[in-house]
Design a protein around this ligand. Structure first.
Ligand code: PHB
Length: 400
């Protein structure tokens, strides 16, 4: 049967190999934002998953997979939770995957926990989400993985003595704020402003927040906004207020320099420094091959970003778990298979920490450069194999 790439809510069976006598069909519930302002994010993860499937038909141990897709629409949590309930009770899925926004993963966690259906998180980055259930594993990132080392880098390498923090006011934003502030203050920096800047659904007018920061004259301005349209507006506002000329450095996690949004930003984005685990511009052979395959599959004018790579790697993790259990999925068997799983991802080596069920990966210092008529990412430093610093340092809810 042909794999259905477009329609949501339609189950599609992927015939992966000539079916063997004891082949199983594994049902995977996929919950992503397929419509509304964040539809591009869902499309990235969807495409990443499909690319892995297309390239690795023999990685599923001869079993078939059925993807049952649901649209979580917005970051509120309610639609995702209802979808998860329905996928578990009516569709009887073996596994759940996806989850762009933290509130969607958080609202669904008690449901998957009670039903013992494993959940593979392909984006939602609030550090403490995996503590909500032993059946959650994450293949994306944590907000602390980027924010905490960015704090250290800003204090030690960028020479910032003072910083302002601006964040989208919901769990990953608060997490990113805490991560940066903790790292920055640990290495002698002083936070002079900490500003919640609206919610994740609508892009706010950033001008009043940025004007306040400009008046406070910090050396660095650290910003977390969710990937998508918010970041373009951040850079435009920063530029139009002349904050660069005022001597303020714009920094943040790589969410604000997402590959698929860079070309919409003004040229003045060049010089921004962010901390992250993936860019389509990485020059490693694995990533060059990945980007080439992506363009061949989806068009020359498309590129993957950190969400696309998470979909790809997440499907690799699922393939591993299915093969390890001969297609007979249990929650405990899945978590056992994922504990310590390692993979040569386009982003570099990744693994799942057996203790926290969270990803371990390199964090790279990204410098935005203007080169060959486009904005791009240059890697100017690497912090190898970062474990989530929130759990490593048992901070706040990460200690529970
Ligand atoms: C989240 O809601 O956890 C989230 C969304 C977008 C990002 C990062 C985190 O870029």
């Amino acid at each position: 049967m042909k794999f259905n790439r477009l329609l949501c809510g339609v189950a599609s069976i992927v015939g992966l190999m000539a079916a063997t006598a004891n082949a199983e069909t594994v049902k995977i519930g996929v919950v992503l934002t397929y419509s509304g302002g964040a539809a591009e994010l869902g499309e990235q993860i969807d495409r990443g998953m499909n690319l892995f499937i297309d390239q690795n038909k023999d990685a599923f141990g001869g079993n078939e997979i059925e993807l049952i897709k649901r649209d979580s629409k917005h970051p509120g949590g309610d639609i995702a939770k209802t979808a998860v309930q329905e996928l578990i009770t009516r569709e009887k899925v073996d596994l759940l995957a996806g989850f762009i926004f933290s509130p969607n993963a958080m609202a669904s966690a008690p449901v998957i926990n009670q039903a013992k259906v494993p959940m593979i998180i392909m984006n939602a980055g609030t550090a403490w989400i995996p503590s909500l259930s032993p059946y959650i594993a994450r293949v994306s990132f944590t907000m602390w993985q980027s924010g905490y080392p960015m704090g250290e880098y800003a204090a030690k390498d960028l020479g910032c003595k003072t910083a302002a923090v601006g964040f989208t006011d919901y769990p990953p934003g608060k997490d990113s704020r805490d991560a940066f502030s903790t790292g920055f203050e640990k290495f002698g920096g002083k936070i002079v402003e900490s500003l919640p800047m609206g919610g994740p659904r609508e892009v706010p007018d950033f001008t009043p927040f940025f004007q306040r920061v400009k008046n406070a004259k910090p050396d660095c301005f650290y910003i977390f906004v969710p990937a998508g349209n918010h970041a373009v507006s951040v850079v435009k506002t920063f530029t139009s207020l002349g904050m660069d000329e005022a001597g303020i450095k714009l920094i943040g996690p790589g969410d604000i320099t997402q590959d698929t949004k860079l070309q919409e930003m003004p040229k003045e984005a060049a010089g921004m420094i962010t901390m992250h685990h993936y860019s389509a511009d990485y020059k490693t052979p694995a990533n060059i091959a990945f980007v080439k395959a992506w363009k061949a599959a989806y068009g020359d004018d498309t590129i993957p970003d950190f969400m696309g790579v998470a979909g790809y790697d997440g499907m690799a993790a699922i393939a591993h778990a299915i093969t390890a259990q001969n297609g007979k999925i249990t929650a405990d068997g899945t978590m056992k298979a994922l504990a310590g799983w390692t993979f040569d991802s386009p982003r570099g080596k990744i693994s799942i920490d057996p203790e926290t069920r969270d990803i371990i990966q390199d964090e790279n210092v990204h410098k935005v450069v203007w080169k060959d008529g486009r904005l791009g990412i240059e890697v100017i430093g690497t912090i190898p194999q970062v474990k989530d610093p929130c759990k490593a340092n048992a901070i706040g809810k990460c200690a529970e």
